[in-house]
Ligand binder design. Structure first.
Ligand SMILES: NC(=O)c1ccc[n+]([C@@H]2O[C@H](COP(=O)([O-])OP(=O)(O)OC[C@H]3O[C@@H](n4cnc5c(N)ncnc54)[C@H](OP(=O)(O)O)[C@@H]3O)[C@@H](O)[C@H]2O)c1
Length: 325
């Protein structure tokens, strides 16, 4: 028997249960991975709470992990037993000692990337790749606003943006998080829990505002984010850490200067094995060059996943968090 995290009903972290289960054999195009490290992501809390719907209840959880191929289906072509792999876009079930997923969702790990590093960086790093290099193609020289700059995605975005020659104004909720964001490459920080966010952005940009604002906080920052976007600029609303944005009045986009808004997901950028691989190659090159480094600030045992989610939701984490089976 092996163990995984399951939940039978939506709710707070207390619904997560560490249970023994009998793993399935991989289907023809599937691979079974023995996880060595598992990534903790905010999206995991959405599936647990019910903000996002899992395919069925009871449900397993988690979409990111790294490990060793333990078994392959009869039609699998690209992987064999013993390969070092990672995944970030697979079906739910990464919070487990073993995960069975389609071959198409796997990335082969370069020797230079360890399992813990991979589990800490793949989902968040692929997200930063598409946010900075596809959703809005940063050229260098821009000043952009990135919310939750000391968080998992934010910590990587600060570094990647700096490497591109972009000035990041990062929002944070404490002095310690401000220090972290600045150390990782933010040009300036704003404590959005105390300061006037819009006024500070106006001051820092000499009234110009930002051509692009990256907002993974959602409900609590939506209005203020719109006020930080320059005319004809783009608001990238990519997450719901404070709750979902609802009831949007399109007219507000014209009032604030012909703004664009997008609500992207990693799944629709890493939508083919080729796109996934190309994005991962770029991420791995950034890691290998040292321009982006992964901060694993918290490690929890897999059985303590509820505690890990509590810390993430309570804004007590910085950088990446991993679960260890
Ligand atoms: N669309 C996509 O493809 C995609 C992919 C990956 C992640 N995401 C989104 O990106 C965001 C960051 O994900 P992550 O896993 O790296 O998490 P994270 O940034 O490590 O944690 C979330 C951070 O959001 C901030 N926050 C602001 N208001 C909050 C609230 N009411 N409750 C909790 N946190 C709040 C906190 O930073 P402060 O304390 O500094 O405010 C917190 O540390 C999430 O919204 C996630 O859903 C989207």
């Amino acid at each position: 028997m092996v163990h995984r995290i399951e939940f039978t009903a939506h709710g707070g972290p207390e619904v997560l249960q560490y249970r023994a289960y009998a793993p399935v054999q991989p289907g023809p195009q599937q691979v079974r991975v023995r996880n060595q490290a598992i990534g903790l992501n905010f999206i995991d809390t959405y599936y647990r709470s019910g903000l996002y719907a899992p395919p069925a209840l009871p449900s397993s959880l988690g979409t990111e992990g790294a490990g060793i191929v333990e078994a392959v289906g009869s039609a699998v072509e690209r992987f064999q037993v013993g390969d070092r792999v990672a995944y970030a876009t697979g079906p739910l079930g990464a919070y487990s000692e073993l995960h069975v997923l389609p071959e198409d969702k796997l990335i082969r790990l370069p020797d230079s990337i360890g399992f813990e590093q991979a589990a800490a960086v793949l989902l968040k790093g692929l997200t930063v790749q598409y946010l900075l290099r596809q959703t809005y193609v940063l050229q260098g020289g821009e000043t952009v606003l990135f919310h939750a700059a000391a968080g998992g995605v934010g910590s990587l975005a600060c570094q990647w943006a700096r490497a591109l020659g972009v000035k990041v104004i990062g929002t944070v909720s404490s002095a310690e998080k401000a220090d972290q964001a600045l150390r990782l490459g933010a040009w300036a920080t704003i404590d959005y829990s105390r300061e006037d966010l819009v006024q500070r952005v106006l001051d820092l940009t000499e009234g110009r505002k930002c051509p692009v604002v990256y907002d993974g906080v959602g409900r609590d920052t939506w209005e203020r984010s719109l006020d930080c976007v320059a005319p004809r600029g783009l608001l990238v609303s990519f997450g719901n850490a404070s709750g979902a944005v609802t009831g949007v009045n399109l007219g507000v986009l014209s009032q604030k200067g012909s703004l664009y808004v997008t609500r992207p997901t990693l799944a629709s950028y890493a939508d083919t094995p080729e796109h996934l691989q190309a994005m991962a190659d770029e991420l791995f090159a950034m890691l290998e060059s040292g321009q982006v480094q992964v901060e694993i600030s918290q490690r929890f045992a897999l059985r303590d996943a509820a505690e890990a989610q509590r810390a993430l939701s309570a804004r007590q984490t910085t950088g990446s968090t991993i679960l260890l089976p």
